[in-house]
Design a protein around this ligand. Structure first.
Ligand SMILES: C[S@@+](CC[C@H](N)C(=O)[O-])C[C@H]1O[C@@H](n2cnc3c(N)ncnc32)[C@H](O)[C@@H]1O
Length: 493
C-alpha cells in the first residue's frame, strides 16, 4: 500500500545521481551497502524506477510516466533514452516527466537561444533542440564529450545537430567567456543547469547576466533526492557536503530579489517538480501527499514558497485555515507555479478570475482580503454551475479563442465537458490547469475501495480524465506533482 511508504516500503532512489535506499521518513541509509548495489543492478534493468524518491511510491511515478509522458514522448527522445540505458550512469539523464515540462516552458518563452550545463548523453539537449526553432542555438557544455557522443547519432538522425554548439569544458570559464562579449548579455531566453551542484551559485550569477529579463533558468535536483529535509545524521557522509550546498542555494534563491516576479525581472523556477499537496484532510490516512514525506513538503513550503508568498495570499490562506473545507484551497506550491505561468503568458483574460463557484458564501470569506489587495475590480464572480456559464460565454463569438488561462478546480464529473468548452475559449498557446489530477496519488490503486473514503466517488473519473488528456491532439501536457497533481495543458490548435 502506498500509504505505508513512510514506515515500511523501501524505495530505490536513482534521481540524485546516486542510489539511495529509503526506508522511512528519517531514513537510515547506506549508499555503499551491498543492498544498495544489488538494487542498483536491479534498477539498471528497470530504468522506470529512477527519480521516484521524491514521490510517495514507485507506482505513482510509473503511472505518471506511462499515462501522461511516454505516450507523448517524441520518438528521437525515446531512442536516445534507449541508447543511454545500458550506460553505468544512465540515471544521470533528465527524467522524461521533467523533460515534458521543460519543453512546455521552452515554448512558452519562445526560446531561441539557450544554455545547457551538463549534457551527459543529451536527453535534455535533444529535447531542447527539438523544441526551439530551426534557427535556434544551444550552447551545450560538458566536461565529457564521450558521453555526448553516445547520443549524437540520434541527434544527427533527428536533424537538429546544427542548433547545438557543444563545448567540452568545465562550465564556469565558458560562461565567463560568453560574458566577455557584451552582445551576449541578456540574450538567452532559457538555461538548464544540471551539473556540478557546488557551483550552482556561481552559475546563477553568470546566468543572471546572460539571460533576458523574463527568461527562465531551471536548476535540476534542488531537493537532492529529498535529503534537504532529512536530519543531517540520516544522510550518508558522502552526500552531506552537496546536501548542505543545496540547502544554502535554495535559501539564497528564495531571497534573491532579482528574481522577484513582482518586479518583473528575470523569472526563475526553482525546480520543484515534485511537490505535494497542502494536506488538511481529516482522514489520517490521507495526510500523506504525493511526496515521500510531510517533512519534504514542509521544507519546500518553508524554503521556497512561503517566503515569496504575497502578503494578501498569506492573509487569505490564514483566514481560510479554520474553515471546515479549508483543504479545498489551492496548495501554495501549486499557486506559485500557476502565478509563474500567468506571468510567462502575460495573461490578461482568465477563466479563473471569473471564479465559477456555486457557493458565494465561501467566496465572501476571502473577499475582504481580495478587496484589501485592491484587485476586486478584476474579478467577475458568477454564482452558478460552471457549465451554463461557459456555454453562455461561447454564445458570444468574440469570446472564442480570447482567454489566456483557465484553472479548473471543481466538479470532477464535468472536467471533460469543461475541457471541450475551454478548447474553444482559450487562445492557441493558452493554458488550462486542471487540479487534483493524481487524486492524492490514489490513481495507482487497483481498486477505489483501497483509497481513503473521500477519494472513492471520483476515483474512476480522475483516471479516465488523465487518459483522455494523454491522447488529446489539441494540447500538449505536463503532469506536475504539485498539490494533488496538476495537469498543465497548452492549446496547440
Ligand atoms: C546529470 S548529468 C547531465 C544530464 C543531462 N542533462 C541529460 O539530460 O542527460 C551531469 C553532467 O555534467 C557534467 N559535468 C560535471 N561537472 C561539470 C562541470 N563543472 N562543467 C560542465 N559539465 C560538468 C558531467 O560530465 C555529466 O555529463
Amino acid at each position: 500500500m502506498t500509504r505505508e511508504l513512510g514506515t515500511k516500503i523501501t524505495i530505490m532512489v536513482l534521481r540524485s545521481r546516486s542510489f539511495l535506499s529509503v526506508t522511512s521518513h528519517k531514513p537510515s541509509i547506506d549508499l555503499l551497502s551491498h543492498k544498495s548495489q544489488g538494487a542498483m543492478e536491479h534498477t539498471v534493468k528497470k530504468p522506470i524506477q529512477r527519480n521516484a524518491v521524491l514521490l510517495q511510491s514507485q507506482e505513482l511515478y510509473k503511472y505518471i510516466l506511462e499515462t501522461s509522458v511516454y505516450p507523448r514522448e517524441p520518438k528521437p527522445l525515446k531512442e536516445l533514452r534507449d541508447a543511454s540505458a545500458s550506460h553505468p550512469t544512465f540515471f544521470f539523464g533528465t527524467s522524461p516527466d521533467a523533460g515534458q515540462l521543460m519543453a512546455m516552458l521552452l515554448k512558452l518563452v519562445n526560446a531561441k537561444k539557450t544554455i545547457e550545463i551538463g549534457v551527459f548523453t543529451g536527453y535534455s539537449l535533444l529535447l531542447t533542440a527539438l523544441t526551439i526553432p530551426d534557427d535556434g542555438k544551444i550552447v551545450a557544455i560538458d566536461i565529457n564529450r564521450k558521453t555526448y557522443e553516445i547520443g549524437l547519432p540520434v541527434i544527427q538522425k533527428a536533424g537538429v545537430e546544427h542548433k547545438i554548439d557543444f563545448i567540452e569544458s568545465a562550465a564556469l570559464p565558458v560562461l565567463d567567456r560568453l560574458l566577455e562579449n557584451k552582445e551576449n548579455e541578456g540574450s538567452f531566453e532559457f538555461a538548464f543547469v544540471d551539473a556540478d551542484k557546488e557551483n550552482y551559485k556561481n552559475y546563477h550569477e553568470r546566468l543572471m547576466k546572460l539571460c533576458k529579463i523574463g527568461g527562465i533558468i531551471v536548476y535540476d535536483n534542488t531537493l537532492w533526492g529529498g535529503t534537504v529535509a532529512w536530519a543531517e545524521e540520516s544522510v550518508p557522509e558522502a552526500k552531506r557536503q552537496i546536501r548542505l550546498s543545496t540547502i544554502k542555494f535554495n535559501e539564497f534563491l528564495a531571497a534573491d530579489p532579482r528574481i522577484d516576479i513582482k518586479h518583473q525581472r528575470t523569472l526563475k523556477i526553482l525546480v520543484c517538480w515534485k511537490a505535494m499537496e497542502l494536506v488538511m484532510e481529516k482522514d489520517e490516512k490521507a495526510k500523506m501527499g504525493l511526496l515521500q514525506s510531510d517533512e519534504l513538503y514542509k521544507y519546500i513550503l518553508e524554503t521556497s514558497v512561503f517566503p515569496r508568498e504575497p502578503e494578501p495570499l498569506k492573509e487569505l490562506r490564514e483566514a481560510t485555515a479554520s474553515h471546515p473545507l479549508a483543504f479545498l484551497g489551492t496548495a501554495p506550491d501549486a499557486g506559485q507555479f500557476i502565478a509563474l505561468l500567468l506571468k510567462i503568458l502575460n495573461a490578461k483574460k482568465t477563466i479563473e478570475v471569473l471564479a465559477l463557484d456555486i457557493n458565494r458564501k465561501s467566496y465572501e470569506l476571502g473577499l475582504p482580503y481580495i478587496k484589501k489587495a485592491g484587485v476586486e475590480h478584476k474579478i467577475d464572480f458568477v454564482e452558478s454551475q460552471a457549465l451554463p456559464v461557459l456555454d453562455k460565454l461561447l454564445e458570444d463569438k468574440e469570446n472564442e479563442g480570447s482567454f489566456d488561462f483557465a484553472f479548473v478546480d471543481a466538479d470532477r464529473v464535468n472536467f471533460l465537458n469543461y475541457h471541450e468548452r475551454l478548447m474553444k475559449l482559450l487562445k492557441i498557446g493558452g493554458i488550462v490547469v486542471y487540479d487534483n489530477t493524481l487524486w492524492g496519488g490514489t490513481v495507482v490503486l487497483p481498486d477505489p475501495s483501497l483509497a481513503p473514503e473521500p477519494r472513492r466517488p471520483d476515483w474512476k473519473l480522475a483516471i479516465e480524465f488523465n487518459k483522455a488528456l494523454a491522447v488529446d491532439p489539441r494540447i500538449e501536457i505536463s503532469q506536475a506533482t504539485l498539490g494533488d497533481g496538476i495537469t498543465v495543458c497548452r492549446r496547440l490548435c
